[in-house]
Design a protein around this ligand. Structure first.
Ligand SMILES: Cc1ncc(COP(=O)(O)O)c(C=O)c1O
Length: 450
């Protein structure tokens, strides 16, 4: 099996960087201007992570493609890290948003759309009661607060190398059995080991040990991990997770924000899960900010029993613009007309095609990588076996190699997510987009080890 020659990788990276800069004079000029008013030259910190010397500045996006200000066309397999899993500006969402824009954007009063969306979410996920937020981060934070309030327990439990948004409690990792603030954790309010337990995904004995003392209010889990590469659950894992959380009086919050890629009802519906809370953000409004969290009858009753009307606006669950009319109009149109079964019937086979193309190239070049898929999401990882938990997945990461693969793809008109090697297919993605990626992926392997 060929290994990666680091000198060769560095030389390749240099020439890709030169190509990137030379071909993007307008993005470069905008970046230089941006550095004078925006920290690091970008409007938000993640945008500094793109593999080029600066990010390509976008002129416009449509469907599964976008154009930068220099006129380059890109096939978008990042899709706003799932925020645009619907394809960019889906017609039905745009039309509903345009109409709502002229009828009022935010009022702090409900619209009929909110009822329609609540009813639709009931049907999709099987949970009876729903609330709205503007981000999946907030939906997770609010679910955690409710779980803490109802159980009276101080801690939450997450899986090693999870990501659930900027939720303070989740920035924890497990190193040789010890809990530590996650690398890069900016100004933690308290040491996360005070608030949080972390165990490896797929490790039932560790989960049972952590729940046993009875101090864990909730487990916050992606049903399959998607933020450190894809880590699939072992057969039977979810049943055991559910049984153990019930046994120890711990709520189970399933975060479907990324695993909605498994189908219209996410992984929960596809695999018949039975959570106490469910969170769904990012693409729910076709890219218009919005998120939802749902819960069971029992949770709803427990919330009602503790309701404090006088202080409910300052109790830690809020967001002035949450549940606004525009956000709900976007969610209604997206759920009704965009993120449909038909859309998944189109995008999931494309992810299978992407996975097959990447897998064949990995075999032919005999390189120790692997590729995994979940619904319309797929990802390759720099290890010969699919990871079984967050630790294994994180160990397979290789920042230098990852940046080369991303920049090589970008220089040939393909955008992967800036974090790990993820590709997402949308209702607007085409077979020729996938085949172009396969061709470029092979060229990258040829350059690296051919
Ligand atoms: C599984 C999961 N949950 C929640 C979030 C947070 O989403 P947002 O940044 O939109 O709040 C993310 C973001 O990547 C995520 O991957």
């Amino acid at each position: 099996m060929p290994s990666i020659d680091r000198d060769r990788l560095r030389l390749l990276m240099q020439s890709e960087q030169q190509k990137f800069i030379a071909e993007r004079p307008k993005s470069k000029a905008l970046f230089e201007r941006a550095r004078k008013s925006l920290l690091g030259g970008v409007p938000m910190n993640w945008m500094a992570k793109w593999a080029g010397a600066f990010p390509p500045f976008v002129r416009e996006a449509r469907g599964a493609e976008f154009f930068d200000v220099d006129g380059h066309r890109y096939i978008d397999l990042c899709l706003g890290d799932t925020g645009a899993m619907t394809g960019h500006s889906p017609a039905a969402t745009v039309s509903a948003v345009q109409q709502q824009l002229a009828r009022g954007i935010t009022l702090m009063l409900p619209s009929e759309d909110s009822v329609w969306v609540g009813e639709e979410l009931q049907k999709r996920f099987g949970l009876p009661f729903w609330q709205f937020a503007l981000t999946a981060t907030d939906a997770n934070r609010f679910s955690i607060r409710l779980a803490r309030q109802i159980t009276g327990r101080p801690k939450i439990l997450v899986f090693n190398w999870c990501y659930h948004g900027t939720v303070d409690e989740t920035f924890i990792t497990l190193e040789n059995g010890a809990l530590k603030p996650r690398r890069g954790n900016i100004g933690p309010p308290v040491d996360p080991s005070v608030t949080t337990k972390a165990v490896e995904f797929n490790d039932i004995p560790a989960l049972e040990k952590a729940l046993q003392p009875g101090d864990v209010a909730c487990v916050l889990a992606e049903p399959a991990m998607t933020n450190v590469g894809i880590v699939l659950p072992d057969p039977g894992y979810h049943q055991q997770l559910r049984d153990l959380t019930r046994k120890h009086g711990t709520f189970l919050i399933i975060d479907e924000t990324h695993t909605i890629c498994a189908g219209p009802g996410g992984y929960t519906r596809a695999e018949n899960l039975d959570p106490d809370f469910l969170v769904f953000g990012k693409p729910i409004g076709g890219g218009v900010p919005g998120a939802a969290y749902g819960f069971t009858h029992a949770v709803a009753e427990a919330i009602a029993a503790r309701q404090n009307l006088e202080d409910c606006d300052v109790g830690g669950i809020g967001g002035t613009l949450a549940g606004n009319a525009l956000s709900l109009a976007a969610m209604r149109a997206t759920l009704e007309k965009v993120l449909t079964q038909k859309a998944f019937d189109h995008s999931i086979p494309l992810a299978e095609r992407w996975t097959a193309g990447v897998g064949q190239a990995i075999t032919e070049f005999d390189i120790p990588w692997n590729v995994t898929r979940l619904g319309c999401r797929a990802e390759y990882l720099f290890a010969s076996r699919a990871p079984h938990n967050g630790h294994e997945a994180h160990n397979a990461m290789d920042f230098e190699l990852e940046r080369f693969m991303h920049l090589f793809a970008m220089n040939r008109g393909i955008l992967l997510t800036p974090f790990h090697n993820m590709a997402l297919m949308s209702p607007a993605t085409l077979p020729e987009h996938i085949d172009h990626h396969t061709k470029v992926f092979r060229q990258a392997l040829q350059a690296l080890v051919g």
